[in-house]
Design a protein around this ligand. Structure first.
Ligand code: NI
Length: 259
């Protein structure tokens, strides 16, 4: 593996619309940025498989997103298992989790599908990339109860510093993206400034949530640099130090040193 500058642990680069995907991936790659792409539905696990096979310096997660739980069928886990066995670039299960913001009617189904995918990740010995929105304590409770051996990452972390510390006690990693650069994101800035650096990861969650100075525009994988730069300022250190520490954390989680 070539020298990595930053590992972007969550990017929907396959969903870019206004940005040319080939160019966005080439730019990320030439800046030594590695991009990790999650799936959202029981169908687009195949799309992630294709996407990461096409672009260098990309890896993938397979999983069904809480808002898409109705696409999770009996076949989904066996489809995932086949892809994992064939494609060595699948490095985790995600994005999976709970979202009580958009739709509360499927809470029980969300929990059931979340638990099934945690157990599957445990069986495959793969890390978890987790989406949690307005569901912080249910997410933590389920992880404590059902997760045996998979390292968990809370992507686009939106909780308080206190909640971040509770997660870290459980060896859960905190991934921060563009929100941290927003002027009014007091909580996210506090988390970015104060959590132990050993538990910090970077991401973009593009095409959404572009960091300042691109706020409101379409986000893309390379903009993870602006997230790193902002966190460096908040922690009174250099972007190189943030890049180095978060890359080491990701390499540890995804076992990249073994390659
Ligand atoms: Ni996402």
């Amino acid at each position: 593996m070539k020298d990595i500058y930053i590992i972007n642990t969550h990017s929907h680069a396959n969903m870019l619309k206004e940005t040319n995907i080939d160019e966005a991936m080439a730019n990320a790659s030439s800046n030594n940025i590695v991009t990790m792409v999650p799936s959202s539905t029981g169908e687009d696990i195949f799309e992630v498989d294709k996407f990461i096979s096409k672009y260098p310096d990309t890896y993938g997660y397979l999983g069904v997103f809480p808002e898409e739980v109705k696409t999770f069928t009996d076949k989904t886990l066996s489809d995932m298992e086949l892809i994992i066995k064939k494609n060595k670039k699948i490095v985790g299960i995600g994005e999976i989790g709970l979202d009580y913001y958009w739709d509360k009617t499927y809470k029980e189904l969300q929990k059931e599908v979340f638990i099934k995918q945690i157990e599957f990740a445990n069986q495959m010995n793969l890390p978890l990339n987790i989406h949690s929105r307005e569901s912080h304590y249910d997410t933590l409770e389920i992880l404590k109860k059902y997760n045996k051996n998979s390292t968990a990452i809370l992507h686009c972390f939106s909780g308080s510093l206190e909640f971040a510390k509770e997660c870290i006690k459980e060896n859960i990693y905190i991934a921060l993206g563009g929100v941290v650069t927003f002027k009014n994101a007091v909580k996210a800035k506090e988390v970015a400034a104060k959590i132990p650096i050993e538990y910090l990861l970077l991401e973009t969650d593009d095409p959404y949530l572009a960091p300042v100075p691109f706020r409101g525009k379409e986000n893309q994988p390379m903009y993870v640099k602006y997230v790193a730069e902002c966190i460096a300022k908040l922690r009174n250190t250099t972007i190189e130090e943030i890049a180095r520490a978060t890359t080491n954390n990701a390499m540890r989680i995804f076992n990249f040193n073994a390659e």
